[in-house]
Design a protein around this ligand. Structure first.
Ligand SMILES: *[C@@H]1O[C@H](CO)[C@@H](O)[C@H](O)[C@H]1NC(C)=O
Ligand SMILES: *[C@@H]1O[C@H](CO)[C@@H](O)[C@H](O)[C@H]1NC(C)=O
Ligand SMILES: *[C@@H]1O[C@H](CO)[C@@H](O)[C@H](O)[C@H]1NC(C)=O
Ligand SMILES: *[C@@H]1O[C@H](CO)[C@@H](O)[C@H](O)[C@H]1NC(C)=O
Ligand SMILES: *[C@@H]1O[C@H](CO)[C@@H](O)[C@H](O)[C@H]1NC(C)=O
Ligand SMILES: *[C@@H]1O[C@H](CO)[C@@H](O)[C@H](O)[C@H]1NC(C)=O
Ligand SMILES: *[C@@H]1O[C@H](CO)[C@@H](O)[C@H](O)[C@H]1NC(C)=O
Ligand SMILES: *[C@@H]1O[C@H](CO)[C@@H](O)[C@H](O)[C@H]1NC(C)=O
Ligand SMILES: *[C@@H]1O[C@H](CO)[C@@H](O)[C@H](O)[C@H]1NC(C)=O
Length: 376
């Protein structure tokens, strides 16, 4: 193993690290202990990883900034440009019952045909409003720029984080309203509100929180009191929505990956507003309720295996379970080895998923979780 690593490192040594161009891969979610980053207790073994993070930080920041108000071909039913909007990805128009004797225009289809679900099959029109992609890119840009700030030391990276967060959440012209009332709207007649599955669109708030903790704890001058206070205020209002709105509560009760990610989001936001007791209670609730029914003794995740893309969904829920365990560690709750009612565990779920051939699905979706197991 040591020999192999030396060979791999020597291969890298003959090239300039700057020439490396490791394709960017967006993890389903992530939470990194800020003390690990701030401690900078690294050595040459991770040089390539550090260089990749810097490259990703540079290229992601160059693609921003992002805002819900930018280049939006449709407004939410409220007509408020600050309201987040997305369409439900797996719902398709069924025009056979609405007198479709001639071809309907897209505009007619969107408002007259009832939409019906086809699990796992993306309706290609779903990214015509791309607030979802924008938020995902923002979360990655913010996370990797926060890490790059500590790796490289340049204030360019911390300034990127502050500026990107200010644009998405706080600036008067571009802020997002602190709710998801119009996330994953199912189009068709009478569509005027989002659906609970849309709460998943902001699951990567956990990455944003991870970045903020690095800058806040590391006292980056670019992370000003004004931005910190503004974001805490925004988050306090949003947590109120997340813990009381009908749509949000339906998502909290979802038994599969949707529920797991709801807990990622809520617990990390409670950490952001310094409510560590609340975050701890949130994570205890996840591990004593939803988690209990998510993994069999064999390590199979029955609620994910039932889906149309089982390898994706197993990997996806694993990422959420691991992120919940990482958040729990941060607030002093060791959840790594907790067993489910059937005797399963996070580790069992990972070991099982590694034995399942991905067939025509992407094997790499599981890689971040495999790396986590080596670390544990
Ligand atoms: C680098 O750090 C890791 C983790 O602390 C350690 O396991 C490894 O032996 C170190 N390698 C070198 C070359 O110092
Ligand atoms: C939004 O604008 C459309 C088109 O002008 C209008 O029909 C609709 O009533 C408006 N909705 C609200 C909530 O104001
Ligand atoms: C409407 O009818 C046309 C003609 O039969 C057909 O080609 C089209 O697919 C239908 N549209 C939808 C959305 O069902
Ligand atoms: C499409 O609509 C027709 C007519 O209303 C209905 O009979 C059919 O079951 C619907 N198809 C689906 C997949 O919901
Ligand atoms: C949505 O936004 C993301 C991030 O900017 C981008 O990578 C993706 O290509 C966009 N998708 C579409 C269909 O525009
Ligand atoms: C940080 O990045 C800049 C620009 O690429 C580079 O000149 C500098 O050497 C880097 N600093 C460190 C400590 O890596
Ligand atoms: C706090 O957040 C609320 C709701 O988003 C907003 O209306 C208000 O302006 C914010 N106050 C400050 C001081 O940022
Ligand atoms: C979180 O819960 C654990 C018990 O599982 C406890 O030891 C720890 O002190 C709690 N942390 C906080 C911040 O309340
Ligand atoms: C989980 O259990 C294993 C085996 O008993 C042990 O080696 C490991 O330290 C435990 N992990 C944590 C985080 O408690």
């Amino acid at each position: 193993m040591a020999l192999l690593r030396a060979v791999v490192l020597s291969l890298f040594a003959v090239h300039s690290l700057a020439d490396l161009n490791i394709g960017f891969s967006s993890y389903a979610n992530d939470f990194i202990e800020p003390s690990y980053i701030l401690g900078k207790n690294w050595n040459a073994t991770t040089a390539v990883a550090q260089e990749s993070i810097i490259q990703w930080a540079d290229s992601l920041a160059a693609q921003g900034p992002w805002s819900v108000t930018t280049s939006k071909p449709f407004l939410a039913p409220s007509n408020n440009t600050h309201d987040y909007l997305s369409w439900s990805p797996y719902w398709w128009p069924n025009c056979s019952g609405v007198g479709n004797t001639t071809e309907l225009t897209p505009q007619q289809i969107w408002v007259t045909c009832p939409y019906v679900p086809r699990d796992g099959v993306f309706n290609p029109d779903y990214r015509t409003v791309n607030n979802t992609g924008a938020f995902s890119a923002l979360a990655d840009a913010v996370l990797y720029n926060a890490l790059a700030w500590k790796i490289n030391g340049s204030s360019v990276y911390s300034a990127n984080v502050a500026s990107l967060i200010n644009t998405w959440f706080l600036a008067p012209d571009t802020y997002m309203s602190p709710n998801l009332n119009y996330a994953q709207v199912v189009r068709g007649p009478g569509a005027n509100i989002g659906t609970h599955t849309g709460v998943l669109d902001l699951k990567c708030m956990t990455k944003v929180v991870s970045a903020v903790l690095v800058l806040r704890t590391g006292k980056a001058p670019e992370w000003t009191d004004t931005i910190d206070t503004g974001l805490v205020n925004w988050t306090t209002t949003y947590i109120g929505w997340l813990t009381s709105n009908k749509i949000a509560l339906e998502e909290a009760a979802a038994t599969n990956n949707h529920g797991s990610y709801y807990y990622n989001q809520l617990a990390s936001l409670q950490i952001l507003v310094n409510d560590l007791t609340g975050a701890n209670a949130t994570l205890h609730k996840y591990f004593s309720t939803l988690y209990q029914n998510q993994v069999d003794a064999s390590g199979e995740q029955p609620l994910e295996a039932a889906r149309t893309r089982p390898y994706h969904y197993r990997s996806y829920n694993l990422a959420a379970m691991i992120t919940n365990a990482r958040l729990a560690t941060y607030v002093g709750f060791n959840a790594w080895n907790l067993t489910t009612s059937a005797g399963g565990s996070i580790k069992a779920a990972l070991d099982f998923t590694m034995t399942v051939p991905p067939k025509d699905e992407l094997a790499s979706e599981l890689f971040p979780s495999v790396a986590c197991r080596r670390g544990r």
